[in-house]
Design a protein around this ligand. Structure first.
Ligand code: BTN
Length: 252
């Protein structure tokens, strides 16, 4: 059992977005560990103002309220450990080996299986962070137009997992990583673990799209706050903290 993380699950049939609901609850005083889970979202949200398709009973849609006793400059690491927890949960509940991609996507067979949206909010008890996790469980969770870039657990292992078992593993794994992040060599451990599980961490040719600019380069690991290091074609190291990173095929 985790020393620092005590989940309390609130299950909803339908909601606009579990992140929005978790933020509302946090502003009304919800404690750390509240996890909103919904069978469907009518306005599921992704990074960079994108939408997250969330049809009824086709995915795991959940958002955790955290009130971390950590300096805020370390909070970006919470998204990294959420990705590690998803990767652990998929391994334990579905025997699925996933790849983690910066900033906090989970991939299988080079297609996106899960996205994580972390949002910091102000509440009367101080700042909180909502960590929202969406895992595509069934092929039906994906619109036709996304089938070449996204995938589902059902497509990868041939069967859709039980949502409750996966959620239980996810909460357990998140608690383990959250405990580690509060322990001695905390940040280095999270970064090392993330890099060990990511085929994107080192030596991967990528295109980085920022607001109003894009450039290509090769990944060179993570900074201590989780930012991605990319070596440009001119040999400079650029530190990427926002935007989109797309893998390019190696030049042969
Ligand atoms: C992304 O990859 O763009 C992040 C997607 C995050 C989707 C999840 S689904 C549960 C939670 N509620 C939301 O509205 N978004 C997150």
């Amino acid at each position: 059992m985790s020393a620092n993380f005590h989940p309390a699950i609130l299950r909803l049939e339908t909601v606009d977005s579990t992140n929005l609901e978790a933020a509302r609850q946090a502003k009304s005083g919800a404690k750390e560990g509240l996890c909103i889970v919904a069978r469907e979202q009518t306005s599921g949200r992704g990074r960079l103002d994108r939408m997250w398709h969330s049809p009824l009973d086709t995915g795991l849609y959940c958002s955790i309220v955290l009130r971390p006793a950590m300096e805020m400059n370390r909070w970006p690491l919470l998204s990294l450990i959420a990705a590690l927890a998803v990767s652990d949960a998929l391994a334990r509940a579905c025997a699925l080996k996933a790849d983690v991609k910066w900033p906090n996507d989970i991939y299988a067979n080079d297609r996106k299986l899960c996205g994580i949206l972390s949002e910091t909010i102000e509440t009367s008890q101080g700042a909180a962070i909502i960590v929202g996790i969406g895992i595509n469980l069934k092929a039906a969770s994906l619109p036709e137009s996304m089938r070449h870039t996204a995938t589902s657990v059902e497509e990868v292992i041939g069967t859709a997992p039980d949502r409750e078992s996966l959620l239980a593993e996810l909460m357990k794994a998140f608690g383990e990583h959250y405990d580690l992040l509060q322990s001695a060599d905390r940040d280095e451990h999270a970064i090392r673990d993330w890099c060990a599980r990511s085929s994107y961490a080192y030596g991967r040719q990528v295109r980085v799209s920022l607001e109003g600019e894009s450039f290509s380069g090769i990944t060179r690991g993570l900074e201590s706050d989780g930012a991605l290091r990319v070596e440009t074609l001119e040999g400079a190291i650029r530190i990427v903290r926002a935007g989109d990173v797309t893998a390019l095929r190696p030049i042969t």
